[in-house]
Write a protein that binds this ligand. Sequence first.
Ligand code: NAD
Length: 330
Amino acid sequence: MAILVAGGAGYIGSHMVDRLIEKGQDVVVVDNLSTGHLAAVHEKARFYQGDTRDKTFLTNVFKKEKIDGVIHMDAFSLVGESMTDPLKYFDNNIYGMIVLLEVMHEQGVKYMVFSSTAATYGEPENELIAETDHQEPINPYGESKLAMERMIRWADEAYGIKFVALRYFNAAGAKADGSIGEDHHPETHLIPIILQVAAGQRAELQIFGADYKTPDGTNVRDYVHVLDLADAHMLALEYLQAGNPSQAFNLGSSTGFSNQQMLEAARKVTGKAIPAKVAPRRGGDPDSLVADSQKARQVLGWQPQYDDVEDIIRTAWAWKQSHPQGYADK
Ligand code: NAD
């Protein structure tokens, strides 16, 4: 039986596939390459290029392959773009989920691990965000992901499709050997942007606001290594296959790092000056977003290997140095 990774050519998906194959799993990848890269797809995975909204295409893949479970990582995820083009997000993310659930139901596939996000919470109500905290998204991206979580819950009620929703905070880092990594266009994530400055591809880092209610005034976020995320997905699949009930888990390090701290850590790791300046605040950035991820540790037995942010940055730097232009270098 195979595991289907929808979005397996993307940043997190390619690490997911890599880890599954390393563990001896049979892997099928579906991806339309809208934001992913063919060169990121593992050579041992069976790759089908197509769109998850295309029911005929998807049904054919499920008929051809013996799929035991689905890892859903195919979504659009740019918060800013979702504010200016919300329908693009509802179409790709929500409609894509409808079709995937329909096909899973029709083909009798019972397990899904879903990439959800901290963005489903909106403004945090507590310093450490717990799974039981309110979910009131403040952008269409988070809204689409919350709707997807709710849709799977009803699909579980009606069709018995068991799911784990993993709400990740900030995915970061790369496989330590630098062979796969993060290559988004546009790049909106802090670590790759800092490393573009370190590599001389950007003049300076802009830190949006230094007057937030945090120790050094810059935003605090929670970074989790992409391979630790992948491990949590494998544990979540095992958890479902053992007959456990559907539920959601946060995935984070439970430790926040400010933008300024991340900059300093990157200067240390790269040995580069990395010029930076404070720019005005952007709209919609909460002071701090840090996960309480005890539940994943206790229930799934998740033990993240990367608990040091410098180690995380070091892996991203290894990817950057070996692939300065990302997958264009492959
Ligand atoms: P990514 O853009 O690198 O990967 C998404 C992949 O899905 C791409 O390969 C893309 O081509 C594919 N895809 C998108 N729509 C598709 C469709 N309709 N049909 C087929 N393929 C499609 O993004 P990522 O950073 O790897 O994120 C993966 C998932 O994790 C997303 O669902 C995102 O919402 C979620 N997530 C990411 C982060 C993060 O920090 N990167 C944080 C929380 C949640």
